[in-house]
Design a protein around this ligand. Structure first.
Ligand code: ADP
Ligand code: MG
Ligand code: ZN
Length: 466
């Protein structure tokens, strides 16, 4: 079926017989996607397709997994299906229906609350479906969840990083399911406590890290180095086990105590430790705390956190929401959002001791989203007055505080009366403890998705009984 491989761009691709390549519509690390047309019969109608060329260096298992996910999970519940697959020597090409979609950053400022509700509902429907099949997508983000605003249609794509859970029904994912043992770590009965909901408990635990002695030492250490904010994480000896009191002693104690934090370099104790491994596949800004803290027992909750980050973007009209150069910076951003004591407690649960040089309380979601949204409008206004193009991004450290206020509710797109249930759901999606994070199934039952009273029609029918 494939004719040749030559020259540049569209023409340089392996040519598929009967296909007319139109243009490149997407490019990721592992593939290029093209819009193409094909006529099934010479006089028949033309169909529009998306042709995904996977780079030849992709691991065969990875390609096979992606194909199997599309085949087994696709064509239902907002998951993209597969039409064909062609292999020519080392090149695999996936052919899908073309799904016309919007770029989220182009529309995010105009979306109404109702559209956001619909978006999240459909994303969670897709996640519920794949999680039921035992698939963890691992790369949930707007560019992998195609959105056609006009038609209100959605499609989850890109299973290139997908992995299996214990109960996966996909044979190819089964071989990798050992990556996701669903057992809870031994000796962690505190798994039943939410870090975000039980600050008292978290505070008690993190006291180990912030007792007077340690605090004083850290203060001295920071002052001597002239630094404002630092973060350091170091592992306890066995992943999944709570760090021993000894491991949490201040760094002046005798070896084998870690001295990284004091000297700003990896100490000998840490160099001698076994390297910790945990799945890390995914995209910066969407990684949950269990991934950032290298907790090996990961599951579908990874996708739920990513859905929470998307929801945060939608509620605040800021995309991308997080930008971080590395995992430690990403963790610092999670700390700013969810609170230092809470993240320290989460790290403890994952068997990691996390030192945080200052305490910060969790951010209030409503305040954060409303001020960002208002700031976005202000920025847009001032930019257009100065003739400059609207600024595309705002940073976490640049939160505006003034709200402008919309004139009418209809002009506001529902943003003047965001229900508490929206922020409640957001908190459950962004729960630090993956074992307590809400599931896709449960989130679809959440009050945020129940039909607003104004839209319920009461139908009464009276029949004669005599
Ligand atoms: P990668 O693994 O390289 O990220 P994706 O499967 O995510 O590949 O595809 C990259 C981009 O191509 C997507 O973000 C989307 O814009 C576009 N794309 C992928 N599949 C389709 C499709 N079926 N219809 C339309 N566009 C698509
Ligand atoms: Mg992608
Ligand atoms: Zn160390």
């Amino acid at each position: 079926m494939i004719k040749s491989e030559n020259v540049h761009d569209v023409a340089s691709l392996p040519q598929l017989e009967g296909f007319k390549m139109i243009e490149k519509i997407g490019e990721g690390t592992f593939s290029s996607v093209y819009l193409a047309t094909r006529k099934l019969a010479p006089d028949g109608p033309e169909e529009t397709l998306a042709v995904k060329y996977i780079i030849p260096t992709s691991h065969p298992h990875r390609i096979a997994t992606e194909l199997q996910c599309l085949q087994m999970a696709g064509d239902t519940d907002n998951v993209m299906g597969i039409r064909d697959c062609v292999r020519h020597e080392d090149r695999v090409t996936i052919i899908m229906d073309y799904f016309e979609h919007d770029n989220l950053s182009d529309v995010i400022q105009d979306l109404t609350l109702e559209e956001v509700r619909d978006y999240m509902k459909n994303l969670l429907i897709a996640l519920r479906h794949i999680h039921e099949l035992g698939i963890v997508h691992r790369d949930v983000k707007p560019s992998n969840f195609l959105y056609n605003r006009k038609l209100g249609r959605y499609a989850l794509v890109d299973f290139g990083l997908a992995q299996g859970m214990d109960h996966t029904m996909l044979p190819l994912l089964k071989s990798k399911s050992s990556l996701f043992p669903m057992v809870k770590p031994r000796g962690h009965d505190k798994a039943c406590a939410s870090f975000s909901e039980l600050p008292a408990k978290a505070a008690k635990r993190s006291h180990m890290l912030f007792d007077g002695k340690t605090k004083g030492l850290l203060k001295k250490c920071l002052a001597s180095q002239g630094k404002g904010t630092r973060l350091a994480s170091y592992p306890s000896r066995k992943s999944g086990q709570r760090p021993s009191a000894r491991a949490l002693q201040p760094p002046h104690a005798p070896s084998p105590i870690c001295r990284c934090f004091l000297f700003d370099r990896v100490c000998r104790t840490c160099l001698a430790r076994r390297e910790q491994t945990a799945p890390r596949a995914g995209t910066s800004g969407f990684r949950p705390p269990e991934v950032l803290l290298k907790y090996p027992r990961q599951d579908s909750a990874v996708d739920i956190w990513a859905a929470g980050v998307i929801f945060l973007s939608l509620l605040s009209a800021h995309y991308p929401f997080f930008r971080a150069a590395d995992d430690l910076m990403a963790l610092a951003q999670v700390i700013v959002l969810r609170g230092s004591l809470e993240v320290v407690a989460a790290a403890d649960y994952f068997g990691k001791a996390l030192l945080c040089s200052m305490e910060c309380p969790p951010v209030q979601f409503r305040m954060l989203c409303e001020s960002l949204r208002a700031g976005r409008r202000q920025n847009l206004g001032s930019d257009s007055e100065s003739g400059k193009p609207p600024s595309k991004r705002a940073r976490m450290d640049n939160f505006p505080t003034q709200s402008e206020g919309w004139t009418t509710e209809s002009a506001a797109g529902g943003w003047n009366s965001v229900p508490d249930s929206a922020y409640d759901l957001l908190g459950r999606l962004l729960e630090l403890n993956p074992h307590l994070r809400i599931s896709a199934e449960a989130s679809l039952q959440h009050e945020f998705f129940s039909i607003p009273q104004a839209h319920v029609t009461l139908t009464v029918h009276i029949a004669e009984t005599t």
